[in-house]
Design a protein. Structure first.
Length: 104
């Protein structure tokens, strides 16, 4: 199961320095529904290696502004406490997994 991020824990988890992947989504977003199961699968497959989770844009503000999230789905990849890569729009499991592997 994917981790649930919010404005408080997202900053904390990134600052920890471990690899972090955050999927920005909303319940009303069709493309978000397409990648949701992919994010869940990757979260399970990389548990203990990479923290992979979801951030509901309807519930947030500060973190969205900090990383200039304007379109969803957007997936951010963090390595060593810094933004490493970004994926905007729907994509395949293979493409996301390749970016997750690059964090290790």
């Amino acid at each position: 199961m994917a981790f649930i991020f919010d404005d408080t824990n997202a900053f904390q988890e990134i600052e920890s320095g471990k690899p972090v992947v955050i999927d920005f989504w909303a319940p009303w977003c069709g493309p978000c529904k397409h990648i949701a199961p992919i994010v869940d699968e990757l979260a399970q497959e990389y548990e203990g290696k990479v923290l992979i989770g979801k951030y509901n844009v309807d519930d947030g503000a500060d973190f969205l502004a900090e990383y200039n999230i304007r379109n969803i789905p957007t997936v951010l990849f963090f390595k060593d406490g810094k933004l490493f890569d970004r994926n905007v729009g729907s994509t395949s499991k293979e493409a996301l997994e390749e970016k997750v592997k690059s964090l290790l």
